[in-house]
Every structure is written in C-alpha cells, then in structure tokens.
Design a protein around this ligand. Structure first.
Ligand SMILES: Nc1ncnc2c1ncn2[C@@H]1O[C@H](COP(=O)(O)OP(=O)(O)OP(=O)(O)O)[C@@H](O)[C@H]1O
Length: 696
C-alpha cells in the first residue's frame, strides 16, 4: 500500500470539489498510520507464526492497542450496563470491525477516509490511504453479485486493467459497514497466488460508497464450464482443482473460512491461474477457541449437510464439501446437487451420500437433527454415481462429500491425494488454452437474451465470450450508495438467438428428483419448477450458480446410455444428459420419498435492527438479501420473505411447509410461489438493469 499512499497523496480530488493536498500534518498522520499498521501486522504475523491460524480473539487484541480496546469496552459499557452480544455478533465483532483509537480515527479522516468507515471499522483500513476515483477510468460492468456490482477499469497511474467492486451496504448503519469491512480485513490477511488480491480501496471523505480494487480476472469457472465451445481436459480439471485447494489451504491456514465456494467465485485469468474470490461471507475461525457461527452461509447447492441441519460449530470442512461439489460438477457437466429448498437439498445429499449413521446424529446435536432424519434408509452411492469418472477422482469426491465433516480431511490432505499424483497429471496453468472473456454474467445474459431473443431481436450487440468494450465512463464516486448502472440492455441480442434459445430455455430443465410430490407432478408443473424457485431467503439463484451446462444442450450419449466421461472432460456436452441425471438422482427406479419433518423448520427470529435495513432496502427497491445480515440475526424469516422477495403473508411454508400440506394445495401453492418468484426475479433483473428506475 505504500505505493497507493504515494499515488493518492499526490492527486487532488477535484471531482468532488475536495481539494485535499496532504498537509505536513496529514503526512505525519500517514506516517504514523503506517507505523501502527506495521506494528499490528507484526503482531498478527506473530500469531500466525506461532499457531498457524488466526485466533480471532488474539487477533483482535493484536490489532487494537490497549487504549483502543479500552475505548471499545467503555463504549460497549455505556451507562454501566454490559451489552450482551449475540454469539454470532461476537464473532463478527472481532476482526475487521474494531475501532481504532480516536486519534488514529482522526488521522484516517485526514488521510481521506470517510468518517462512517473510520469510526466503526478503522482496523480494516488501517495503514491504507484511499484511492481517488479520478485515478481510474471505468469501463463496463463485468459482474453482478448479490452484494455488489463489478466493473472493469483502468488504473490511470500505471495503465493496469483492474476490477472495481462496488459493494452494497448502508453507510448509515454501523452493522452494515462492519459486515462490509470484514471482507476487507479478510482479504488483507490473505496473500497467495490462488486468492484474489485486494489492491486498494476507492472512496473519499465525502463519499458514501466504496469500491474495492482487485486485479482483473477474465473468466470465472462457471462461465468457462458453461460455455458450449469449451471442453475441459482432465489435466485441466486437475489443474483448476489443485489451484482451488492450494488457495483454500492458504485461507484455512490463516484461519479464514470462505463459506461461499462455488464456480462463479473462482476467477481464472488468461494465464490459467485460478483465484478464489468473493470473501463477503468469509469469517475468521480459531480451532482452539470455538465460537458459534451462523449456519446460513454457502450457496444452497454447495452447502454441506451440517449447515443445512443448523450446525453452528463447524470448520474448514464446509469449504471442502463445496469443493467436492465442484469436482463432481466438473466431471458431470452440471451441478450435482441442485436442490430447490433446504429440505430438498438435504434429501438429495442423503440420496447420494447415504443416510447418516446414528453416530452422526448424536454428534451433530443441532436443533434440526431430529426433524430431518430420512424415514428411508439410503445407501451411499457416490462411487456408483461417479463410476464413469477415473477412480482417483471418484475417491476424492467420496472423501470430500463425506457426511461426517471430520472425514472430509483438509485441503492439505486433498492436495496429497492420488487424484493429483495419478496420470494424467495436472497440467501447467500456462499451457491452458486462452479463452475469450467468459463469466457467469455472460451465461446469464445469454439466457436473458434467449428469453427475449425469441422475437427475433433487432440489435445484436452482445457477443458471448467476447464482451463489447464500451466507451469508458466518466468515473464519479457517487455520494449515494445506491447502484449506478451501466446498462447492458443494449447488448442483449445474440448473433444466433434462436439456436441459443434452445440451449437456454429454462423449461427444458426437468425438475428431476423433486422431493415434494414426484408422483403427482404433471409435466407442466415440472416445467414451472425451474431453477428460479429456490428458497426465498436464499441468495437468488439467478445471481448464484447458473446451472452451468444445465439443459443448454442435448448432447449425444454413448451406446450404453451413459455420459461419456473420459480424460477429455466434456462439460457442456455432458450437460442435460438424461442418463447422467438419472444416475445422479437415482430417480428412475425409485420415487423420492419425502423427508418427514415433524415440525416446520424453526428459524431463529430476531427483529434486531431489521427495521433500519428494511427501510434501507425499500428505499433502494432492492430485491436481494444479505446473509451477512442474517448472520447477525437481523432478519427473521418473515422479514426476508417480505423485504427480500415480497410479501407472501405470514406463512413460511416455502421452507418446509409444502411437505406438510396436501398435494392439491401444494400444486396451487407452488404454482403461486413460482409465479411470484418469477415476478420478483423479473423485477430484480429490471431493477438491476435500470429499467425499473426509468419506469418509476
Ligand atoms: N477481480 C475480478 N475480476 C474480474 N471479475 C470479477 C472480479 N471480482 C469479481 N468479478 C465478477 O463479479 C462477480 C461478482 O463479484 P463477487 O462474487 O465478488 O460479488 P458478490 O456480490 O459477493 O457476489 P455473490 O452474489 O456471488 O456472492 C463475480 O462472479 C465475477 O464474475
């Protein structure tokens, strides 16, 4: 950051009318900040060096000096009352969300940081100087996350292409700022070739928004895997997996759980280097000092059973489960456990991995463990399901998808597995083909285009895998944190929208293995249950993994009716294969037996702080929910339904209710639910693309 400091200090933020030449006093402040930062880093290094993991509590102690912790304590103990923190809040309240001493806070403001940031999350920015907006030239949008919009940009100081992630949060809400700041602190703790590097932060004293500056990555794994023209070879799959596990190994060794490993968060550059990105849900853990964590993390399809069952005492194994799902996906050409609700997800898991043993339930002891015992005994069939894969791959999938988290091993042991030492060996990243830019967002746009493109589209500006470089935008840091949009509407048409439409017609995806009422389900109904019908409190699936290669293409099958899996792993070609689906779901012979919850899932209800968030969300017409807020108990289920996805009354039947109702009612209810979800998805898309804003 030294260079950032010198770069920024020299430039005036004339765009915001804030002439901020650093005075000698601010220079002194900066120098002081650097000293404190290096001191604190030294202390943190000490912790790492000793224990190889970050102890959340120690780290807090190491990052905040005595004076600071004193001031924190006194503020916490206002009026002499000791504020009792929720367990999860206590977790969140350590790294990245601590304050710095008042004096340092003042110095940070002088250095250009806004007060709303330095006053509540000074640690996250300690030792850094904010970059100025006018030192970047912003191009088009390259990613849309639940919590962010990502743009391609050029750093005018060195002409380097970077990615700017504009994070969504409420700068008036200290908790919201703290959640956002945790991502920054986590990123600053990590330094590895397979972990995305945070290069700086853009904001100013008067700004209410914040951009994270990252190295630019051309692709993400979901985008590459779902590109119809890209076939991964087995050495390539091994190469990506090796990099993913190496990055994870680093995170875990530094006490960081990612908690959202999925293809769209695995970015790949033109040299074949894979980097783990999106640490928005990451948290610090200390295996020696366990504190309860929220189970409401990890995108549904990649979420391990213990989290679905409500575990709050978990560790690195959650990331390893997600890694197992990705490995399976890379061989199968589609997500291996695409559940639509938590209950269905769990059921799919048990059908693949077998019913858990008594010992498992005993050890788990979560609130839901008695509720979700499958009435049926399922035998483990991972090996059978993946029998077309090379045996070393099957064994690694089996290990990573162990129901018992302790049997999943670690990233280190996975890296030592036979999968990486058996032929064909992982290839060198530099030997991988160079692909045209491809991201999950492209997949979404293709899909969007195919929906709108059936009318024969007029303009055909959008090129899949070769995004249009738009005119550089004047980059002005907004004073409001509401989304600014670079519309991609104009570029939605595909050169061959018709044939694309065939590939991306969501109605072609059968709702196989549907848990709720497979026998009574009509074909029509199956069609209605497309992948937008995820659980409502979940991140919307249209911004999650977009079913790579799923129903995009009906490829041929081998004579035996099985997907061809060879050393040439044919992701898109395998997609949509009936045989592959059948073998995975095991639904052909056996109708899925619904789990019998004895009661609806009890979701922790707390309205703490939900009001302000609700107001904020309403203000921005946001259709998204931030699990980081759920984590803090800020949202009740009902809040989520009502605020995030529209009111559906007081029922929380989408969680587990359908399993308890008669099928007639269910038919209607699910149709209605799907209709609403479709409607909200559509509105969310319109909102994102700016159409709603224009319309209003
Ligand atoms: N450094 C980068 N280079 C290129 N593209 C990026 C970069 N960082 C993020 N993106 C793109 O932006 C998308 C959203 O970014 P990110 O996942 O960090 O945001 P998020 O709001 O946390 O998303 P999510 O909803 O998936 O959690 C990514 O899927 C990726 O395609």
């Amino acid at each position: 950051m030294g260079c950032i400091a010198s770069k920024s200090a020299a430039v005036e933020d004339s765009r915001e009318g804030v002439a901020r030449e650093f005075t000698s006093s601010s220079k002194r402040a900066t120098a002081k900040m650097k000293v404190s930062a290096s001191n604190s880093e030294k202390r943190v290094d000490g912790v790492w060096g000793k224990d190889k993991v970050l102890d959340g509590v120690d780290m807090k102690a190491s990052l905040i000096d005595k004076e600071s912790s004193g001031s924190m304590r006194s503020s916490d103990n206002k009026n002499g009352r000791k504020k009792k923190q929720k367990p999860e809040l206590a977790v969140l309240d350590h790294p990245g969300v601590g304050r710095v001493p008042k004096a340092l806070e003042g110095e940070q403001v002088v250095a250009g940081w806004p007060t709303w940031l330095s006053s509540v999350a000074g640690e996250a920015i300690q030792g850094w100087i904010p970059r100025k907006a006018d030192t970047f030239e912003r191009f088009h949008k390259i990613g849309q996350g639940t919590y962010s919009t990502v743009y391609k940009a050029r750093d005018l100081t060195d002409q380097k292409i970077v990615a700017l992630k504009r994070v969504r949060f409420d700068n008036c809400d200290a908790e919201s700022v703290k959640f956002m700041a945790r991502e920054i602190l986590v990123l600053r703790r990590l330094d590895h070739p397979n972990v995305i590097k945070l290069e700086g932060l853009i904001t100013s004293q008067t700004s209410r928004s914040l951009y994270l500056v990252f190295e630019y990555m051309e692709h993400d794994l979901t985008g590459l895997a779902s590109s119809p023209s890209i076939n991964f070879s087995e050495p390539q799959v091994k190469c990506y997996m090796q990099q993913l596990l190496s990055g994870l190994d680093h995170c875990h060794s530094r006490g960081v759980l990612h908690r959202d490993i999925k293809g769209s968060n695995l970015l790949i550059d033109n040299n074949g280097i894979l980097k783990i990105a999106d640490f928005g849900l990451a948290n610090f853990i200390d295996p020696h000092h366990k504190v309860p964590l929220t189970s409401r993390v990890v995108t549904l399809w990649y979420r391990p059973p213990e989290l679905l069952l409500g575990a709050s005492n978990y560790g690195v194994a959650v990331d390893l489960w997600s890694t197992g799902c990705i490995l399976g996906e890379l061989y199968c050409g589609r997500p291996i456990l695409p559940g639509k609700t938590e209950v269905e997800q769990l059921h799919r898991i048990f059908k693949l991995c077998g019913s858990p043993s008594e010992d498992y339930w005993r050890k788990l002891r979560t609130p839901h463990s008695t509720v979700f015992r499958p009435p049926h005994h399922y035998r483990q069939c991972v090996a059978e399901t993946f029998k077309e894969c090379p045996s070393a791959a099957t064994r690694l999938i089996e290990t990573l998808l162990s129901l018992d988290p302790t049997l999943r091993g670690t990233a280190t042991t996975a890296l030592k597995s036979e999968f990486f030492s058996s032929e064909p060996l992982p290839c060198d990243p530099s030997s991988l083909p160079k692909y045209p830019p491809s991201k999950e967002i492209d997949t979404k746009l293709w899909k969007e285009a195919s929906r709108h493109g059936a009318d024969g589209g007029k303009e055909q500006k959008f090129r899949p895998g070769g995004r249009q470089e738009k005119e550089p935008q004047t980059f002005i840091l907004s004073k409001d944190n509401a989304d600014s949009h670079i519309s991609m509407q104009q570029g939605k048409r595909l050169p061959n929208s018709r044939s694309r439409n065939e590939f991306f017609n969501p109605h072609r995806e059968p709702a196989f293995g549907h848990l709720v009422f497979p026998q009574k389900q009509s074909e029509d109904h199956k069609e209605t249950l497309n992948y937008f019908s995820g659980p409502l409190y979940q991140r919307p699936l249209h911004s999650g993994p977009l079913v790579p290669g799923y129903g995009y293409e009906m490829a041929g099958r081998e004579a035996g009716g099985r997907p061809h899996v060879s050393s040439k792993v044919n992701l898109p070609k395998l997609s949509g294969l009936v045989a592959s689906r059948t073998s995975l779901s095991g639904d052909q012979k056996e109708n899925p037996v619904p789990l019998k919850p004895r009661e609806t899932i009890q979701v922790q209800e707390s309205t703490n702080g939900s009001e302000s968030r609700r107001r904020h969300d309403k203000k921005r017409h946001s259709q998204t929910i931030d699990p980081r807020q759920i984590e803090n108990g800020k949202f009740s289920t009902e809040t989520l339904i009502q605020d995030g996805h529209g009111s559906m009354g007081n029922n929380i039947y989408h969680l587990s209710g359908p399993l308890l109702l008669s099928s007639n009612n269910m038919d209607q209810m699910l149709k209605e639910r799907d209709r609403k979800i479709q409607e909200y998805s559509r509105r969310a898309r319109m909102y994102k693309s700016g159409e709603i804003a224009h319309a209003k």
